[in-house]
Design a protein around this ligand. Sequence first.
Ligand code: TXA
Ligand code: MG
Length: 346
Amino acid sequence: MAGAPILTLDPDNPDPVVVEHAAALLRRGGLVAFPTETVYGLGANALDPDAVVAIYTAKGRPAWNPVIAHVPDVAAARVLTRYWPPAADRLAAAFWPGPLTMVLPKAPQVPDVATAGLDAVALRIPAHPVALALLRAAGVPIAAPSANRFTQISPTTAQHVQASLGDRVGLILDGGPSSVGIESTVVDLTGPDAVVLRPGMISAADLELALRGSGVAVRMATVTVSHDAPTATAAPQRSPGMADRHYAPRADVWLFDAEQCSEIDAALADRRAGTGTVTALLRTTTLSVPDDTIVRMPDDPAAYARALYAALHAADATGASLIVIERPPDDDRWAGLRDRLTRAAR
Ligand code: TXA
Ligand code: MG
């Protein structure tokens, strides 16, 4: 398979020559995949509409799904907004650099194609030394969705990017496996409340703590969107990344609770009569399947998130036709993971 060059950088000490090479490619309108602490991003100059369009083309992503603009510091974030509310200062102080994306009223210089025509822009300072070095060297904000084909599982290694987009990207920077492992929490600050559009490893309780006493309440978005593009008459989707089928492996995905083990065992016994293989991601339970089909997942949300996408990519790579996954607990710390698993299972 033809592939993009992969340049490996030491996250503790990224080689400035390699970083400048990637930054120059971005400034020329090219696409560079790079590591962040959440997942790998597919980057382009956010201020160059043609470069942003190239992201959509490479991903096969519909134009109604806006992208996040990554910046190296708060000053660079503020210039991309029309209004910077006090809540943004609170959240930036508490969580940036880190796995939080804030949606704020956009400044005119942000091209409409980056926000899918919305009047708001999504902003994040990533907590990865390679991403930060690249952002500083580029001198422009970098628009970057996750570096995977539309609806597929996000990449947490350079190899995942190569497998999915290797023939569509100019360069892949390898900064090691992503330490958070699922996409950032997206919070909309354009209204009176802070609205969580996409849950992630920064929980609603974490946001509430940071906003305590500010008068800004935190609530979860009640989005019921389909995977279809909005019709001409429908309003743009508030957070199109909430599209129903998303973060999905090739295999079928079944989620089950610990009490359902015997039902799942019975269903699997039937299914093994067929041809496909099964992968089981288990946390606290066990199933009557061969040991080598079981992946033991951590019982801690942060460790689970770090391991999840690699486990799903590995299951796809072994040709599993079915992945059965023990559902995480219904608690705030697991909300981002429950969200991704629910979408993967649709
Ligand atoms: O962790 C992450 O967020 C990764 C890394 C690369 O930073 N990026 C990522 O990007 O997950 P993407 O494009 O896969 O998801 C961006 C999410 C989508 O749910 C999108 O709908 C939402 O952010 N979003 C972007 N701009 C928005 C806007 N102006 N208003 C509302 N939602 C927006
Ligand atoms: Mg994505």
